[in-house]
Structures are given as C-alpha cells and as structure tokens.
Write a protein that binds this ligand. Structure first.
Ligand code: GEK
Length: 241
C-alpha cells in the first residue's frame, strides 16, 4: 500500500485532543504504525503464517480492529484451507472505506463490517486476531470481549493478541517506554512529535502487563496463553482454546 508520511504531530499544537482514528490518521496510517510499533511488519507476517496453520476448512477468520487490513491481507495470502472467509471489523469509517478500495476478489474472501467489536457475533472461528486493538477498549470491557471470542472459537482454535505492555516494576516500565521513544526517534520522529502523540494517547490507549493479559485469558477459558514475540514494550501472544 502506498504510504503518506505521518507528520500529524510535527507542529506545536496549542491544545492536544484525544487520539481518534479519523481521516487524518487513516491517510497516514501505514507509515504511522510501522514507524511507531517496533516489530509491526514482523508481527503482520507472522499472523499470516499462524492463519495458514490454524485456519480450518469451512471456518471463519476474524480480524478485529482491522484498520486498513494489513493482518487480513497477510492471512488471506497464507490460508490454504478450503471455503474459509475472513471477517474484518473496525468502527472507523475512515479506515474501512480505504480498506474497501483495495480489496480484490480471492479464494478466501474478506468481508468488511463497520461495527464495534463489542457488539458483533463471533462464531465458527478457527483464528481470531486482535492486533493492537484490545488496548483501545475500556479495561472493564475487555474480559467480556475475550469470553465472547473464546465461545466463538472452534476447539483447538487460536486467538492472537498484540498489545503495548505495561510493567509492574517502575524502573522496568520507564526503561521500556524510553527505549520505545528511542526507537521512534530512530524512525525519524522528533521529540515534539513523540511527546504530543503520547499526550493524545493518554487515557485512550491503556496498556496492561503480560500477567494481567495471561490471567484474564485463562480465566475466560483459554488452555494456555504465551508470548511468541516481544520488542521493548510491544508484544504479541497466542492463546489456545
Ligand atoms: C493492523 N489491526 O494494522 N470496535 C471496532 N474497532 C475498534 C474499536 C472498537 N471498539 N476500538 C478501536 N478500534 C491493525 C491495527 S489499530 C492499532 C489496529 C493502532 C479500531 C480503530 O478504529 C483502529 O483502526 C484499530 O482498532 C486499532 O494490524 O493504531 O495502534
């Protein structure tokens, strides 16, 4: 996908409004996410491999909080099982209209739904992907969504969750945030851009510790939940039904 450079926070903003997934963000999203999330492309590629392994014939693969569809396209490329479909859901019209414009017919079709992931039905799922989406839900809504995903997964199905992490130990927490900011600087973001974006994301993106995620996944029924990738405070884990 062609990508416009993200410079949304490059000029001093008098008042910094809370971050939303509007047209401005959707326009620069591929550049924004790949320069902000360490390991993003690696995770997208691996989601494809995981879908290749977990997608079973006649099942549904879900991409929840799909944005412009990077995870959906990676799954589509790798799914060999017959008669699968991908259901991609996002509540940002700006994201979905751009995603729709780049869809092409394929053996494994992608169906787009503009909806809140808390409201949709999940059924007959072999794999569900939450790639940096759960962190945007109010903390109190997360367990209910995960329980719904667990119920909608077929036996032996998998949930892939990628999240920005928090750490219990304050020194570790601050170190990881600092390392992330160094990563962003190395990607060409200025101190001003980093600090204004951080303010915009406050109370919008709420990270939790890996242990919190793991305990909650087990409490809704998953057999196991383990990390398969981590780069500073960004991680991805696989939960198995
Ligand atoms: C990727 N997965 O490129 N219902 C539906 N969508 C939501 C909700 C909700 N309640 N809350 C947030 N979103 C993508 C990247 S971005 C991550 C995911 C990021 C959507 C929101 O509109 C946005 O498109 C996406 O979740 C989060 O692999 O920007 O850090």
């Amino acid at each position: 996908m062609t990508s416009i450079k993200d410079s949304l926070y490059s000029q001093p903003l008098g008042q910094i409004s809370s971050f939303t997934f509007d047209d401005h963000v959707a326009n620069v999203f591929p550049d924004m996410i790949s320069r902000s999330v360490p390991g993003y492309q690696t995770m997208i590629a691996a989601i494809g491999l995981l879908a290749g392994r977990f997608a079973t014939p006649n099942s549904v693969c879900y991409d929840l909080g799909c944005s412009l569809g990077a995870a959906s396209f990676s799954m589509q490329k790798n799914i060999m099982a017959e008669n699968c479909k991908i259901i991609a859901v996002d509540n940002s019209k700006a994201m979905l209209s751009r995603f729709e414009s780049i869809l092409t017919p394929d053996k494994t079709p992608i169906e787009l739904h503009c909806a809140d992931i808390r409201e949709i039905e999940i059924k007959n799922a072999s794999i569900v992907v939450l790639n940096f989406t759960l962190q945007f839900l109010p903390v109190e809504d997360r367990e209910k969504l995960l329980a719904k995903i667990y119920d909608g997964l077929l036996p032996n199905g998998a949930l892939i969750i990628s999240e920005k992490l928090a750490f219990d130990d304050l020194r570790q927490h601050e170190l990881q945030i600092d390392l992330h900011h160094e990563f962003k600087k190395a990607q060409g973001y200025s101190d001003l851009e980093i600090s204004q974006k951080r303010t915009a994301l406050e109370n919008v993106l709420i990270p939790e510790t890996f242990t919190t995620h793991q305990n909650r996944l087990k409490s809704v029924g998953f057999n196991s939940a383990e990390l398969w990738f981590q780069y500073f405070n960004f991680a991805s884990f696989i939960a198995l039904k």
